[in-house]
Design a protein around this ligand. Structure first.
Ligand SMILES: [Zn+2]
Length: 462
Protein backbone atom coordinates (compact mmCIF):
# COMPACT_ATOMS: atom_id res chain seq x y z
CA UNK A 1 0.00 0.00 0.00
CA UNK A 2 2.77 2.32 1.06
CA UNK A 3 4.73 1.43 -2.14
CA UNK A 4 1.71 2.08 -4.37
CA UNK A 5 1.16 5.48 -2.81
CA UNK A 6 4.80 6.31 -3.27
CA UNK A 7 4.59 5.42 -7.00
CA UNK A 8 1.50 7.56 -7.48
CA UNK A 9 3.13 10.56 -5.83
CA UNK A 10 6.26 10.18 -7.96
CA UNK A 11 4.24 10.09 -11.16
CA UNK A 12 2.22 13.14 -10.19
CA UNK A 13 5.39 15.05 -9.40
CA UNK A 14 6.88 14.13 -12.76
CA UNK A 15 3.81 15.28 -14.64
CA UNK A 16 4.11 18.72 -13.14
CA UNK A 17 7.80 19.06 -13.79
CA UNK A 18 9.00 20.48 -17.10
CA UNK A 19 9.99 17.74 -19.53
CA UNK A 20 13.61 16.56 -19.26
CA UNK A 21 15.81 18.92 -21.23
CA UNK A 22 17.60 16.84 -23.84
CA UNK A 23 18.82 17.39 -27.36
CA UNK A 24 17.11 15.10 -29.83
CA UNK A 25 17.96 14.07 -33.38
CA UNK A 26 15.56 12.51 -35.92
CA UNK A 27 16.79 10.53 -38.94
CA UNK A 28 14.60 10.47 -42.07
CA UNK A 29 14.19 11.99 -45.54
CA UNK A 30 13.76 15.67 -44.66
CA UNK A 31 11.51 17.74 -46.91
CA UNK A 32 10.57 21.40 -46.66
CA UNK A 33 10.36 24.51 -48.83
CA UNK A 34 12.65 27.53 -48.91
CA UNK A 35 10.49 29.54 -51.35
CA UNK A 36 7.23 29.23 -53.24
CA UNK A 37 7.61 26.44 -55.84
CA UNK A 38 6.76 26.94 -59.51
CA UNK A 39 3.10 26.74 -60.52
CA UNK A 40 2.26 23.96 -62.95
CA UNK A 41 5.82 22.65 -63.33
CA UNK A 42 7.56 20.16 -61.03
CA UNK A 43 11.01 21.79 -61.12
CA UNK A 44 13.25 22.20 -58.09
CA UNK A 45 12.46 25.86 -57.32
CA UNK A 46 11.99 26.26 -53.57
CA UNK A 47 12.12 22.50 -52.85
CA UNK A 48 14.59 21.25 -50.24
CA UNK A 49 14.90 17.48 -49.94
CA UNK A 50 17.64 16.20 -47.68
CA UNK A 51 17.52 12.40 -48.04
CA UNK A 52 18.60 10.37 -45.02
CA UNK A 53 19.58 13.33 -42.82
CA UNK A 54 19.36 13.94 -39.10
CA UNK A 55 17.16 16.83 -37.95
CA UNK A 56 18.70 18.32 -34.80
CA UNK A 57 16.36 19.72 -32.14
CA UNK A 58 17.71 21.60 -29.12
CA UNK A 59 16.61 21.42 -25.47
CA UNK A 60 13.99 24.13 -26.06
CA UNK A 61 12.36 22.20 -28.89
CA UNK A 62 13.82 24.44 -31.60
CA UNK A 63 15.41 23.21 -34.79
CA UNK A 64 19.17 23.58 -34.64
CA UNK A 65 19.96 22.28 -38.13
CA UNK A 66 20.33 19.11 -40.17
CA UNK A 67 23.27 16.88 -40.97
CA UNK A 68 23.93 13.72 -43.00
CA UNK A 69 26.26 12.52 -40.20
CA UNK A 70 25.08 10.69 -37.11
CA UNK A 71 25.30 13.09 -34.15
CA UNK A 72 27.27 12.21 -30.99
CA UNK A 73 26.12 10.51 -27.81
CA UNK A 74 24.98 13.74 -26.20
CA UNK A 75 22.02 13.55 -28.60
CA UNK A 76 18.99 11.32 -28.03
CA UNK A 77 18.76 9.67 -31.47
CA UNK A 78 15.56 8.50 -33.20
CA UNK A 79 16.22 6.51 -36.33
CA UNK A 80 13.39 6.70 -38.89
CA UNK A 81 15.50 6.05 -41.99
CA UNK A 82 13.39 5.35 -45.06
CA UNK A 83 10.59 7.57 -43.78
CA UNK A 84 9.55 11.11 -44.70
CA UNK A 85 9.83 13.99 -42.21
CA UNK A 86 8.10 17.29 -42.96
CA UNK A 87 6.95 20.36 -41.04
CA UNK A 88 3.59 19.62 -39.41
CA UNK A 89 0.63 20.66 -41.53
CA UNK A 90 -1.22 23.86 -40.75
CA UNK A 91 -5.01 23.61 -41.14
CA UNK A 92 -6.22 27.19 -41.54
CA UNK A 93 -9.97 26.58 -41.30
CA UNK A 94 -11.68 23.79 -39.39
CA UNK A 95 -14.67 23.51 -37.03
CA UNK A 96 -14.07 21.64 -33.78
CA UNK A 97 -17.75 20.87 -32.95
CA UNK A 98 -18.44 19.58 -36.45
CA UNK A 99 -16.64 16.28 -35.88
CA UNK A 100 -20.16 15.36 -34.68
CA UNK A 101 -21.65 15.86 -38.17
CA UNK A 102 -18.80 15.06 -40.57
CA UNK A 103 -20.14 13.04 -43.52
CA UNK A 104 -23.83 14.03 -43.23
CA UNK A 105 -26.06 13.51 -46.26
CA UNK A 106 -27.92 15.65 -48.65
CA UNK A 107 -27.60 19.40 -48.17
CA UNK A 108 -26.05 22.53 -49.69
CA UNK A 109 -24.43 25.11 -47.44
CA UNK A 110 -27.40 26.99 -45.97
CA UNK A 111 -29.55 23.85 -45.47
CA UNK A 112 -26.57 22.02 -44.10
CA UNK A 113 -26.06 24.66 -41.41
CA UNK A 114 -29.73 24.45 -40.35
CA UNK A 115 -30.05 20.68 -40.53
CA UNK A 116 -26.78 19.45 -39.10
CA UNK A 117 -24.39 22.13 -37.86
CA UNK A 118 -26.56 24.28 -35.64
CA UNK A 119 -28.09 21.36 -33.67
CA UNK A 120 -24.58 19.92 -33.15
CA UNK A 121 -23.21 23.27 -32.01
CA UNK A 122 -26.06 23.73 -29.52
CA UNK A 123 -24.81 20.71 -27.60
CA UNK A 124 -21.48 22.48 -26.99
CA UNK A 125 -23.22 24.99 -24.70
CA UNK A 126 -22.50 22.36 -22.04
CA UNK A 127 -18.88 23.00 -20.92
CA UNK A 128 -18.34 19.26 -20.35
CA UNK A 129 -19.37 18.50 -23.94
CA UNK A 130 -17.18 21.37 -25.19
CA UNK A 131 -14.19 20.10 -23.21
CA UNK A 132 -14.54 16.50 -24.39
CA UNK A 133 -15.05 17.75 -27.94
CA UNK A 134 -11.91 19.92 -27.85
CA UNK A 135 -9.75 17.08 -26.49
CA UNK A 136 -11.02 14.66 -29.14
CA UNK A 137 -10.54 17.24 -31.87
CA UNK A 138 -6.97 18.26 -30.95
CA UNK A 139 -5.84 14.65 -30.59
CA UNK A 140 -7.42 13.90 -33.97
CA UNK A 141 -5.52 16.79 -35.60
CA UNK A 142 -2.22 15.42 -34.26
CA UNK A 143 -3.11 11.89 -35.36
CA UNK A 144 -3.65 13.25 -38.88
CA UNK A 145 -0.25 15.02 -38.97
CA UNK A 146 -1.56 18.54 -38.35
CA UNK A 147 0.27 20.45 -35.62
CA UNK A 148 -1.24 23.95 -35.87
CA UNK A 149 -4.71 25.19 -36.74
CA UNK A 150 -7.11 28.10 -37.06
CA UNK A 151 -10.30 26.81 -35.51
CA UNK A 152 -13.99 27.67 -35.20
CA UNK A 153 -15.52 26.55 -31.88
CA UNK A 154 -19.15 27.57 -31.20
CA UNK A 155 -20.81 30.78 -30.02
CA UNK A 156 -20.30 29.64 -26.42
CA UNK A 157 -17.34 31.10 -24.54
CA UNK A 158 -16.70 27.72 -22.88
CA UNK A 159 -16.06 26.09 -26.26
CA UNK A 160 -13.28 28.60 -27.04
CA UNK A 161 -11.86 28.18 -23.53
CA UNK A 162 -11.79 24.41 -23.98
CA UNK A 163 -9.81 24.72 -27.21
CA UNK A 164 -7.32 27.19 -25.73
CA UNK A 165 -6.81 24.97 -22.68
CA UNK A 166 -6.44 21.78 -24.71
CA UNK A 167 -3.93 23.35 -27.12
CA UNK A 168 -1.90 24.83 -24.23
CA UNK A 169 -1.71 21.38 -22.60
CA UNK A 170 -0.29 20.01 -25.86
CA UNK A 171 1.96 23.02 -26.55
CA UNK A 172 0.20 23.58 -29.89
CA UNK A 173 0.00 26.77 -31.95
CA UNK A 174 -3.73 27.52 -32.04
CA UNK A 175 -5.78 30.47 -33.26
CA UNK A 176 -9.42 30.64 -32.24
CA UNK A 177 -12.10 32.80 -30.62
CA UNK A 178 -15.74 32.46 -29.69
CA UNK A 179 -18.02 32.50 -32.73
CA UNK A 180 -19.96 35.73 -33.28
CA UNK A 181 -23.53 35.39 -34.49
CA UNK A 182 -26.37 37.64 -33.40
CA UNK A 183 -29.04 36.89 -36.03
CA UNK A 184 -30.45 34.18 -38.32
CA UNK A 185 -29.47 31.38 -35.95
CA UNK A 186 -31.61 29.33 -33.55
CA UNK A 187 -32.19 30.13 -29.88
CA UNK A 188 -29.18 29.15 -27.83
CA UNK A 189 -26.76 29.96 -30.64
CA UNK A 190 -27.22 33.73 -30.81
CA UNK A 191 -25.27 36.31 -28.84
CA UNK A 192 -25.67 40.11 -28.77
CA UNK A 193 -23.18 42.88 -29.34
CA UNK A 194 -22.47 43.96 -25.71
CA UNK A 195 -22.38 40.37 -24.41
CA UNK A 196 -20.17 39.16 -27.24
CA UNK A 197 -17.81 42.11 -26.83
CA UNK A 198 -17.41 41.39 -23.11
CA UNK A 199 -16.76 37.69 -23.69
CA UNK A 200 -14.22 38.40 -26.44
CA UNK A 201 -12.38 40.91 -24.23
CA UNK A 202 -12.28 38.36 -21.43
CA UNK A 203 -10.87 35.67 -23.73
CA UNK A 204 -8.35 38.08 -25.24
CA UNK A 205 -7.16 39.07 -21.75
CA UNK A 206 -6.75 35.48 -20.71
CA UNK A 207 -5.37 33.87 -23.89
CA UNK A 208 -4.20 36.20 -26.65
CA UNK A 209 -0.40 35.98 -26.87
CA UNK A 210 -0.18 33.53 -23.99
CA UNK A 211 2.20 30.72 -24.97
CA UNK A 212 1.31 29.75 -28.54
CA UNK A 213 -2.30 30.93 -28.43
CA UNK A 214 -3.75 33.81 -30.42
CA UNK A 215 -7.28 35.16 -30.47
CA UNK A 216 -9.29 35.55 -33.64
CA UNK A 217 -12.40 37.70 -33.97
CA UNK A 218 -14.51 34.82 -35.26
CA UNK A 219 -17.35 36.03 -37.45
CA UNK A 220 -19.34 33.03 -38.68
CA UNK A 221 -20.39 34.87 -41.85
CA UNK A 222 -22.14 38.01 -43.05
CA UNK A 223 -25.55 36.30 -42.84
CA UNK A 224 -25.42 35.64 -39.10
CA UNK A 225 -23.93 38.94 -37.87
CA UNK A 226 -25.64 42.34 -37.86
CA UNK A 227 -23.64 45.31 -39.22
CA UNK A 228 -23.25 46.44 -35.58
CA UNK A 229 -21.66 43.13 -34.63
CA UNK A 230 -19.35 43.20 -37.64
CA UNK A 231 -18.26 46.72 -36.63
CA UNK A 232 -17.60 45.51 -33.08
CA UNK A 233 -15.42 42.68 -34.43
CA UNK A 234 -13.48 45.23 -36.49
CA UNK A 235 -12.93 47.40 -33.40
CA UNK A 236 -11.52 44.43 -31.47
CA UNK A 237 -8.88 44.05 -34.18
CA UNK A 238 -7.90 47.69 -33.99
CA UNK A 239 -7.72 47.66 -30.18
CA UNK A 240 -5.50 44.57 -29.78
CA UNK A 241 -2.19 44.09 -31.59
CA UNK A 242 -1.74 40.81 -33.43
CA UNK A 243 -5.42 39.85 -33.31
CA UNK A 244 -6.63 37.54 -36.09
CA UNK A 245 -9.97 37.56 -37.89
CA UNK A 246 -11.56 34.44 -39.32
CA UNK A 247 -14.75 34.05 -41.30
CA UNK A 248 -16.33 32.55 -44.42
CA UNK A 249 -16.74 34.33 -47.75
CA UNK A 250 -18.38 33.58 -51.12
CA UNK A 251 -18.74 29.84 -50.57
CA UNK A 252 -21.98 29.09 -52.43
CA UNK A 253 -24.02 31.10 -54.93
CA UNK A 254 -27.15 30.90 -52.78
CA UNK A 255 -25.17 32.35 -49.86
CA UNK A 256 -23.81 35.17 -52.04
CA UNK A 257 -27.40 36.10 -53.04
CA UNK A 258 -28.48 36.07 -49.39
CA UNK A 259 -25.64 38.36 -48.36
CA UNK A 260 -26.49 40.76 -51.20
CA UNK A 261 -30.08 40.98 -49.87
CA UNK A 262 -28.93 41.54 -46.29
CA UNK A 263 -26.18 44.05 -47.15
CA UNK A 264 -27.42 46.14 -50.11
CA UNK A 265 -24.93 48.89 -49.14
CA UNK A 266 -21.91 46.69 -50.00
CA UNK A 267 -20.43 46.31 -53.49
CA UNK A 268 -19.85 42.59 -52.94
CA UNK A 269 -19.85 39.94 -50.25
CA UNK A 270 -16.17 40.58 -49.46
CA UNK A 271 -16.89 44.32 -49.34
CA UNK A 272 -19.18 43.73 -46.34
CA UNK A 273 -16.09 42.74 -44.38
CA UNK A 274 -14.02 45.63 -45.74
CA UNK A 275 -16.63 48.12 -44.61
CA UNK A 276 -16.45 46.68 -41.10
CA UNK A 277 -12.65 46.95 -41.00
CA UNK A 278 -12.21 43.20 -40.93
CA UNK A 279 -9.74 42.80 -43.79
CA UNK A 280 -6.11 42.98 -42.72
CA UNK A 281 -2.97 40.88 -42.79
CA UNK A 282 -4.22 38.51 -40.09
CA UNK A 283 -7.60 37.90 -41.73
CA UNK A 284 -8.32 34.30 -42.80
CA UNK A 285 -11.35 33.88 -45.07
CA UNK A 286 -12.52 30.39 -45.96
CA UNK A 287 -13.54 29.45 -49.53
CA UNK A 288 -13.53 32.61 -51.69
CA UNK A 289 -15.03 30.79 -54.67
CA UNK A 290 -17.45 33.42 -56.00
CA UNK A 291 -15.15 36.45 -56.00
CA UNK A 292 -14.43 38.88 -58.82
CA UNK A 293 -11.22 40.63 -59.85
CA UNK A 294 -11.94 43.64 -57.63
CA UNK A 295 -12.40 41.36 -54.61
CA UNK A 296 -9.12 39.62 -55.34
CA UNK A 297 -7.27 42.93 -55.53
CA UNK A 298 -8.85 43.89 -52.22
CA UNK A 299 -7.47 40.70 -50.65
CA UNK A 300 -4.06 41.50 -52.08
CA UNK A 301 -4.11 45.12 -50.93
CA UNK A 302 -5.21 44.32 -47.39
CA UNK A 303 -2.97 41.26 -46.91
CA UNK A 304 -5.98 39.07 -46.09
CA UNK A 305 -5.88 35.53 -47.45
CA UNK A 306 -8.12 32.66 -48.55
CA UNK A 307 -8.25 29.27 -46.82
CA UNK A 308 -9.05 26.99 -49.75
CA UNK A 309 -11.20 24.06 -48.60
CA UNK A 310 -11.49 21.61 -51.50
CA UNK A 311 -13.16 18.59 -49.86
CA UNK A 312 -15.82 20.83 -48.37
CA UNK A 313 -16.41 22.68 -51.65
CA UNK A 314 -16.90 19.40 -53.50
CA UNK A 315 -18.93 17.71 -50.76
CA UNK A 316 -21.43 20.57 -50.37
CA UNK A 317 -21.38 21.23 -54.11
CA UNK A 318 -20.34 24.85 -53.51
CA UNK A 319 -18.06 25.39 -56.51
CA UNK A 320 -14.48 25.30 -57.78
CA UNK A 321 -11.85 27.61 -56.29
CA UNK A 322 -9.93 29.50 -59.00
CA UNK A 323 -6.36 29.24 -57.72
CA UNK A 324 -4.90 30.69 -60.94
CA UNK A 325 -6.90 33.87 -60.51
CA UNK A 326 -5.75 34.10 -56.88
CA UNK A 327 -2.15 33.73 -58.01
CA UNK A 328 -2.58 36.38 -60.68
CA UNK A 329 -4.01 38.78 -58.07
CA UNK A 330 -1.11 37.94 -55.74
CA UNK A 331 -3.10 37.24 -52.57
CA UNK A 332 -2.27 34.41 -50.17
CA UNK A 333 -3.87 30.97 -50.33
CA UNK A 334 -3.59 28.34 -47.61
CA UNK A 335 -5.26 24.94 -47.37
CA UNK A 336 -8.01 23.91 -44.99
CA UNK A 337 -10.04 20.79 -44.28
CA UNK A 338 -13.17 22.71 -43.18
CA UNK A 339 -14.43 19.64 -41.34
CA UNK A 340 -17.36 18.96 -41.05
CA UNK A 341 -18.32 20.42 -44.47
CA UNK A 342 -15.00 18.85 -45.38
CA UNK A 343 -14.80 15.09 -45.22
CA UNK A 344 -11.39 14.42 -43.65
CA UNK A 345 -8.92 16.00 -41.23
CA UNK A 346 -6.14 14.55 -43.38
CA UNK A 347 -4.14 17.18 -45.25
CA UNK A 348 -2.83 14.74 -47.91
CA UNK A 349 -6.43 13.80 -48.70
CA UNK A 350 -7.34 17.47 -48.84
CA UNK A 351 -4.44 18.23 -51.19
CA UNK A 352 -5.44 15.29 -53.39
CA UNK A 353 -8.88 16.92 -53.76
CA UNK A 354 -7.29 20.32 -54.40
CA UNK A 355 -5.51 18.71 -57.34
CA UNK A 356 -8.85 17.51 -58.74
CA UNK A 357 -10.49 20.91 -58.25
CA UNK A 358 -7.73 22.46 -60.36
CA UNK A 359 -7.86 19.62 -62.90
CA UNK A 360 -11.54 20.40 -63.51
CA UNK A 361 -10.40 23.90 -64.52
CA UNK A 362 -7.57 22.74 -66.77
CA UNK A 363 -4.77 23.37 -64.26
CA UNK A 364 -2.27 20.82 -62.87
CA UNK A 365 -1.39 21.45 -59.24
CA UNK A 366 2.04 20.06 -58.39
CA UNK A 367 2.74 18.21 -55.15
CA UNK A 368 5.48 20.76 -54.43
CA UNK A 369 3.11 23.71 -54.78
CA UNK A 370 0.38 22.00 -52.76
CA UNK A 371 2.63 20.86 -49.91
CA UNK A 372 4.20 24.30 -49.71
CA UNK A 373 0.75 25.88 -49.38
CA UNK A 374 -0.07 23.57 -46.45
CA UNK A 375 3.22 24.27 -44.61
CA UNK A 376 5.50 27.26 -45.28
CA UNK A 377 2.87 29.04 -47.38
CA UNK A 378 0.28 28.81 -44.62
CA UNK A 379 2.82 29.95 -42.02
CA UNK A 380 3.60 33.00 -44.13
CA UNK A 381 -0.06 33.78 -44.76
CA UNK A 382 -0.59 33.69 -40.98
CA UNK A 383 2.55 35.82 -40.36
CA UNK A 384 4.02 32.91 -38.38
CA UNK A 385 6.92 32.00 -40.67
CA UNK A 386 9.41 32.76 -37.86
CA UNK A 387 7.82 29.96 -35.79
CA UNK A 388 6.40 27.18 -37.97
CA UNK A 389 6.12 25.77 -41.48
CA UNK A 390 9.74 24.89 -42.24
CA UNK A 391 12.76 22.97 -40.99
CA UNK A 392 14.85 26.14 -40.88
CA UNK A 393 17.12 26.68 -37.88
CA UNK A 394 15.32 28.50 -35.05
CA UNK A 395 11.79 27.28 -35.93
CA UNK A 396 9.94 25.24 -33.32
CA UNK A 397 10.16 21.54 -34.10
CA UNK A 398 6.50 21.00 -35.04
CA UNK A 399 7.26 18.10 -37.36
CA UNK A 400 5.62 14.89 -38.51
CA UNK A 401 7.21 11.60 -39.51
CA UNK A 402 5.33 9.76 -42.26
CA UNK A 403 5.58 6.38 -43.92
CA UNK A 404 6.10 6.80 -47.64
CA UNK A 405 3.39 4.19 -48.15
CA UNK A 406 0.65 2.42 -46.20
CA UNK A 407 -1.04 -0.69 -47.56
CA UNK A 408 -0.12 -2.96 -50.47
CA UNK A 409 -1.27 -0.71 -53.32
CA UNK A 410 0.61 2.35 -52.06
CA UNK A 411 3.65 0.21 -51.23
CA UNK A 412 3.73 -1.14 -54.75
CA UNK A 413 3.27 2.32 -56.24
CA UNK A 414 6.03 3.74 -54.06
CA UNK A 415 8.39 0.91 -55.04
CA UNK A 416 7.77 1.70 -58.71
CA UNK A 417 8.41 5.41 -58.06
CA UNK A 418 11.60 4.61 -56.11
CA UNK A 419 12.80 2.42 -58.96
CA UNK A 420 12.38 5.38 -61.30
CA UNK A 421 14.38 7.62 -58.95
CA UNK A 422 17.76 6.57 -60.34
CA UNK A 423 18.73 10.11 -61.35
CA UNK A 424 17.03 11.78 -58.32
CA UNK A 425 15.86 14.52 -60.65
CA UNK A 426 13.21 16.93 -59.33
CA UNK A 427 10.74 15.26 -61.70
CA UNK A 428 11.46 11.81 -60.24
CA UNK A 429 11.16 13.14 -56.68
CA UNK A 430 7.94 14.86 -57.68
CA UNK A 431 6.52 11.64 -59.14
CA UNK A 432 7.10 9.86 -55.82
CA UNK A 433 5.79 12.73 -53.70
CA UNK A 434 2.74 13.22 -55.91
CA UNK A 435 1.80 9.55 -55.55
CA UNK A 436 2.31 9.93 -51.79
CA UNK A 437 0.06 13.02 -51.69
CA UNK A 438 -2.69 11.21 -53.62
CA UNK A 439 -2.53 7.95 -51.62
CA UNK A 440 -1.47 8.94 -48.08
CA UNK A 441 -3.73 9.64 -45.12
CA UNK A 442 -3.62 9.29 -41.34
CA UNK A 443 -2.46 5.68 -41.63
CA UNK A 444 0.88 7.01 -42.87
CA UNK A 445 1.48 9.12 -39.75
CA UNK A 446 4.15 7.50 -37.59
CA UNK A 447 4.70 10.28 -35.07
CA UNK A 448 3.73 13.93 -34.57
CA UNK A 449 6.00 16.25 -32.60
CA UNK A 450 5.05 19.61 -31.17
CA UNK A 451 8.02 21.79 -30.20
CA UNK A 452 10.16 18.65 -30.15
CA UNK A 453 7.83 16.66 -27.90
CA UNK A 454 6.02 13.58 -29.13
CA UNK A 455 2.28 14.34 -28.97
CA UNK A 456 1.07 11.47 -31.13
CA UNK A 457 2.57 8.09 -31.79
CA UNK A 458 0.96 5.45 -33.98
CA UNK A 459 -0.25 2.48 -31.97
CA UNK A 460 2.03 -0.54 -32.22
CA UNK A 461 0.84 -3.07 -34.79
CA UNK A 462 -1.25 -0.44 -36.63
ZN1 LIG B 1 -16.16 26.52 -42.40
Amino acid sequence: MQGLRQTTITRMTLEHEPARAVKRAWRADLLDFTATPSWGSPDEAGVRLRPDHWLLVDEQGRIEGATPHEPGHDWERHDHRGRLLMPGFIDTHVHCPQLDVIASWGAGLLDWLETYTFPAELRHADPAVARAGAERFLDALLAHGTTAAVVFPTVHKASAEALFEGAAARGMRLITGKVLMDRHAPDGLRDDVPGARAECEELIGRWHGRGRAAFAATVRFAVTSTPEQLAMAGELGRRHAGLYMQTHVAESREEVRRVAELHPEARSYLDVYRRAGLLHERAVLAHGIWLDAQDRSLLHDTGAHIAHSPTSNLFLGSGLFDWSAARAAGHGVSIATDVGGGTSLSMPRTLAEAYKVQALQGERLTAFYALHAATAGAARALRLEHEIGSLERGRLADVVIWDWAAGPVAEHRDAVARGALAGTTPQALHARLFAWMQLADERNVVQSLVAGHTRHRRAKGA
